[in-house]
Design a protein around this ligand. Structure first.
Ligand SMILES: [Zn+2]
Length: 269
């Protein structure tokens, strides 16, 4: 007999909590009021504080890449409670119980969460992103930022543009949960790269207002990023012209425009 009980609906009602860590990291905690999964716990104590204050039981840890500000809290959390740890196929990251690559799935049955895995190398070679297709979320670590993208510490410009294009193909209303609050600085750079983009100016003002009230600017959406993030707009004529005029870009090839943008941003103050 078919019957939809109200409890069936609420069982899948998940919330995402931003846990600030270090100077500008966000650790994302996904919970159903009872159990929780945590994404990129660079530090354990702020996570434990939220688990205790909200009376939540840790059910899983999800990691996007090997940097210490994303994985540093794992040993402490596992001493608190031994849970499955999902992460990239990188043996240098301790504690991972389930290694993931392109097309794999991570699941947290305690909260009814299933995540699709995308390989998104560029910032690091091991970087993966988690897509919650049903909820319309992506946890993309240091690959796509609000208004920007991660630095190329290990991968090439070609790898990063391919990874960003993969994220840009997600549905436009997908909420983008990146791992750092860099948005205002990113958008100031974006304005220098594309001064004629009026949506970009409006976004910068809106995000500055959020920060002046102490609010996170994250999550963003894929659509907003496509409209305002220069690293997803490296084929736009105005951006290429700016790079040619100010940065000596010769070719108009998208990957070279991306590399020139990334290099400019590294030095931009
Ligand atoms: Zn990183």
């Amino acid at each position: 007999m078919l019957s939809a009980k109200p409890s069936d609906i609420s069982r899948n009602a998940l919330s995402v909590v931003a846990i600030p860590a270090f100077a500008d990291n966000y650790i994302w905690l996904i919970h159903n009021g009872e159990h929780a999964a945590v994404v990129d716990p660079g530090d354990a104590q702020p996570v434990l504080d939220v688990l205790i204050s909200r009376n939540l039981t840790l059910a899983a840890i999800l990691l996007t890449h090997h940097h210490a500000d994303h994985v540093g809290g794992v040993p402490h959390l596992l001493r608190h409670r031994p849970v499955p740890v999902w992460g990239p196929r990188n043996p240098s990251i301790g504690g991972i119980t389930n290694h993931l690559g392109e097309g794999d799935h991570a699941s947290v049955p305690e909260i009814g969460l299933v995540l699709d895995v995308l390989e998104v190398p560029g910032h690091t070679l091991d970087h993966i992103a988690y897509v919650a297709a049903q909820e319309g979320w992506v946890f993309c670590g240091d690959t796509l930022f609000a208004g920007g993208c991660g630095r190329l510490f290990e991968g090439s410009a070609q790898q990063m543009t391919t990874s960003l294009a993969k994220l840009a193909r997600l549905p436009g209303d997908t909420a983008v949960y990146c791992a750092h609050e860099y948005t205002v600085a990113n958008l100031r750079f974006a304005v220098a790269a594309e001064p004629g983009n009026s949506l970009l100016h409006a976004r910068l003002l809106a995000e500055q207002t959020k920060r002046s009230h102490g609010e996170p600017t994250i999550p963003s959406t894929i659509e907003l990023e496509k409209q305002t993030n220069p690293f997803l707009r490296n084929t736009e004529a105005e951006i290429i012209a700016t790079l040619q005029n100010k940065r000596g870009l010769v070719s108009g090839k998208p990957v070279e425009a991306f590399a020139a943008l990334r290099e400019w941003k590294n030095a931009f103050r």
